[in-house]
Each structure stands twice: as structure tokens, then as C-alpha cells.
Ligand binder design. Structure first.
Ligand code: FMN
Length: 215
């Protein structure tokens, strides 16, 4: 572990949705490590439908802020990773996924089955179902990145407050892209947000079946 890295459990304890950033630039090597953490996430069939647009330029951050209900932290952050899903990604990526899988020891029977089942499964989705599927996959990568940023000593703010069509326009996204969430990364400016706490697990965790408490 590098000297300045927090443990994952410490990062999870410390993390808050950062209300305001000081704008100091993020180190390129740290940004790369954060993105790599996202790219290492698991996904259904390993199809990796995420696409990340990294916004660091002042003018582009201003435009993204305007597409995000004028949330100041979009402009203040050192970098904003716009986490998207590509509904058509699998069409281009299936061969590559199978190639890399085979190189890593994917059994031939699995590869043959995936060649049919991936198109069957994903082409059966309605637009809403595809968005749900993309949300599910992209948020795992998003969470990897958020926590890696915290491990590296940065502060983060996840954001769902944006207008899809406006972000499409600012980033010139292809039609098949679906914007899932924005991840602002930087260093906290001023006081941190209050800690809203979490529900007691008796409200949200059950054992064996719904309603039975986990002792
Ligand atoms: C996916 C997601 C989207 C969010 N979107 C916004 C947002 O657009 N603006 C904002 O101020 N906070 C946003 N939040 C922050 C939440 O309000 C915050 O995480 C929650 O209140 C718990 O606080 P904590 O993260 O400091 O523990 C978002 C959080 C998540 C996980």
C-alpha cells in the first residue's frame, strides 16, 4: 500500500458527500488509479458497458454545471467523471470480451454459449430495462472509483442532479449513451457536510427471509 493510502474501511468511514471543493488540481497518476479502479469492476458477462467522460477544463466544467442544476461543486471540483452506460456497447465489445476471456482461460463451451446468450439477453430489453441494467453495472464501477479516490486522500461528491439531454449536449454524447451519475473529485473547501447517519440495521437487514431479524 502506498504511504498516503487509507485503508478501505477507513475510507468508507470517512467518506461524506462533499459540499464544496477547493479546486486544486488532481494528480494525473491518481486520476489514472481512480479510473483503473472503475475499469476493474465486475459486470454482467464482463461486458463492461461503462463509459467515463473526465471533465477537468474550466469552460467544460462551467457548461456541465449549467447542465446540473447549477450545482457549484461541478465547477469547483478538480475533476468530474461523468459515468455513462453505452446501450449498444455490447454489439461492438462482445468479440473483444470473448477474445480476452479466452486468453484468460475462458472455457470454449462458455464462450460459445455467451456468443448467443449475450445478444439474446441484451437485445430483448426495452429502453427502460436497458437503462436499469446500465445503472446497475455502471454504479459498481462508479463506487469503485469513489472509494479509490477516498483511499487516495481525495474528497468526492456523487451526483444525480443533472439533466440528461443537457449533459448529452455538453459532452456531445452518442445517442446510445445513458448518463448514470456524476462523480466530483477534489479536496474539501470549508466545513464538511453534516453526517446524516444511517438507519439501524434492524430496519434494512433480514436473515433468511423478509422480516426476520439478523441476530
Ligand atoms: C447516486 C447519488 C446521487 C447523489 N446526487 C446528489 C446531488 O445531485 N447533489 C447533492 O448535493 N448530493 C447528492 N448526493 C449526495 C447524498 O445526498 C448523500 O450521499 C446522502 O445525503 C448521504 O450523505 P453522505 O454521503 O455524506 O453520507 C447523491 C448521492 C448519491 C449516492
Amino acid at each position: 500500500m502506498a504511504k498516503h493510502e487509507k485503508s478501505l474501511s477507513q475510507a468508507i468511514r470517512d467518506r461524506r458527500a462533499t459540499p464544496s471543493f477547493d479546486g486544486a488540481p488532481i494528480l494525473a497518476e491518481d486520476l489514472r488509479a481512480i479510473l483503473d479502479a472503475g475499469l476493474g469492476a465486475p459486470s454482467g458477462y464482463n461486458i463492461q458497458p461503462w463509459r467515463f467522460i473526465v471533465v477537468q477544463g474550466e469552460e467544460q466544467k462551467r457548461r456541465l454545471r449549467a447542465a446540473s442544476y447549477n450545482q457549484a461543486k461541478v465547477e469547483e471540483a478538480s475533476a468530474v467523471i461523468v459515468a455513462c452506460g453505452d446501450a449498444d456497447g455490447w454489439r461492438k465489445d462482445l468479440d473483444q470480451m470473448l477474445l480476452q476471456g479466452r486468453e484468460g482461460g475462458m472455457p470454449e463451451g462458455y464462450a460459445e454459449q455467451a456468443r448467443n446468450s449475450v445478444p439474446n439477453y441484451l437485445s430483448s430489453f426495452s429502453s427502460d430495462e436497458m437503462h436499469g441494467w446500465l445503472n446497475k453495472m455502471v454504479m459498481i464501477a462508479f463506487t469503485h472509483m469513489m472509494l479509490m479516490a477516498e483511499v487516495l486522500g481525495y474528497d468526492t461528491a456523487p451526483m444525480e442532479g443533472f439533466e440528461q439531454e443537457k449533459v448529452d449536449e455538453v459532452l456531445r454524447l452518442p445517442l446510445s449513451y445513458w448518463v448514470v451519475a456524476l462523480l466530483a473529485i477534489g479536496h474539501l473547501k470549508g466545513p464538511d457536510k453534516f453526517n446524516g447517519g444511517r438507519f439501524d440495521s434492524s430496519r434494512t437487514v433480514f436473515s433468511e427471509e423478509f422480516g426476520k431479524p439478523l441476530k
